[in-house]
Design a binder for this molecule. Structure first.
Ligand SMILES: [Zn+2]
Length: 395
């Protein structure tokens, strides 16, 4: 039996199986039910969120021997051919590798033919924004007067680069980045089907790392299963993906909050001894700061990030050590640090300098405190007090 990666093995076959894009799939099903299917669709959204998968399901729904139907059978010759990519009526074009006007011209010749066996000829053009201007023009002529048996489904990660003339002739659907909670649940279901035992913390870590992409989440799960087998702990995930242990991020941030540059440098030493990749560390640290910022701005926003229980309590505690202005300045320093790491300077040196800068950073003085001090120059909240405090901090 050949080995199938999870992303292929668990590719959704029905609209209902597409993860967390109900606003799109329900509308498409209703359009099929009500015989209001458009001749052109534009699916927008981040990579790995189900755009081409949904396009293929739509193609099956229209050409199924039982169709058009919102629930394609998956068994008839049309459905199985579309699944295997051998259907003569469903053509997939990757605009990233077919940017030329010639391809679109041959497509224009091609659309004249009636469907070979299904009811529609369906053209799925992925990364449509990559087409050249001339190719767009050629395509537009077909889009303006599409033969009744033709349906175009365009997909793009960058809708702002799609010309207005295409936008105005298609129905647009926006696919969302999938939340960490939905991803973790999806991964949990697959793990169960695969009879894998995966810790909840491990699922959450993979889900967060996948950053909204179902495809990435499943590839990561493949990678971890290859590493750890059928029993997967959070520590396995950290080791398999070369992630930075979250304890290190908490400790490092605590050192900065305590203005303890010695402790911060000690932690960098520990990280280097453990072989942590500097770029990964900085990336994860920025993500940690980002979580603190989100929690500080609005704790409600944190739960869709997949934070629960322990992590949430610890992050909330750390967020309490900083003003939001401090966190933003730390993130700015992190961005500078990322830039410096590309400069060819010694990574350890760059990181150590940044760590000391972060630890020595003065806490943001709230605007309100300054205003109060200026209004009352002689009082206890006066200028003397304010400047006296910052003098002390410098020392
Ligand atoms: Zn079918």
């Amino acid at each position: 039996m050949s080995y199938l990666v999870f992303a292929r093995k668990y590719r959704p076959m029905l609209f209902e199986d597409v993860v967390a894009q109900e606003h799109v799939t329900t509308t498409l099903q209703n359009a099929i039910r009500n015989e209001r299917v458009a001749s052109g669709y534009l699916f927008c959204g981040p990579r790995g969120t189900g755009k081409t998968t949904t396009a293929r399901i739509l193609a099956k729904a229209l050409n199924c021997s039982e169709g058009p139907t919102p629930t394609p059978c998956g068994k008839c010759s049309s459905c199985t051919e579309i699944t295997s990519g051998s259907s003569l009526d469903v053509l997939e074009i990757d605009a990233a590798s077919n940017t030329g006007v010639d391809d679109i011209r041959s497509l224009r010749e091609n659309v004249r033919y009636l469907p070979a066996s299904g009811q529609k000829r369906i053209y799925i053009i992925d990364e449509i924004h990559r087409l050249s201007a001339a190719a767009f023009d050629a395509l537009l002529k077909t889009l303006e007067e599409p033969p009744p048996h033709v349906i175009f489904i365009f997909a793009t990660t960058e809708p702002t680069k799609v010309p207005e003339t295409i936008l105005s002739r298609t129905q647009r659907f926006d696919f969302k980045r999938v939340s960490a909670i939905d991803l973790a649940r999806h991964l949990g279901n697959i793990a169960e089907k695969e009879k894998m035992v995966v810790e909840a913390g491990a699922l959450k870590t993979v889900a967060r790392k996948a950053d909204g992409s179902v495809r990435d989440a499943l590839s990561l799960l493949d990678q971890i299963a290859a590493y750890a087998g059928e029993k997967i702990t959070e520590a396995d995930v950290i080791a398999a993906l070369g992630l930075v242990d979250s304890q290190l991020l908490f400790d490092f941030t605590a050192a900065i909050a305590a203005r303890d540059s010695k402790a911060a440098l000690g932690l960098i030493d520990t990280a280097f001894q453990a072989g942590v990749d500097v770029n990964d560390f900085v990336g994860e640290l920025m993500e940690h700061f980002r979580l603190l910022m989100v929690l500080k701005a609005d704790p409600e926003l944190a739960s869709p990030l997949g934070l629960t229980g322990d992590d949430m309590a610890r992050l909330t505690e750390q967020a309490g050590y900083f003003q939001i202005g401090d966190i933003i300045r730390l993130m700015k320093m992190g961005a500078d640090l990322n830039y410096d790491l590309k400069s060819g300077l010694d990574h350890r040196l760059v990181l150590e300098v940044a760590a000391v800068k972060m630890a020595e950073m003065e806490a943001t003085v709230r605007l309100q405190e300054i205003l109060t001090a200026l209004k009352d120059p002689t009082g206890t909240n006066g200028r003397g007090d304010l400047f006296g405090q910052s003098e002390k901090k410098k020392g």
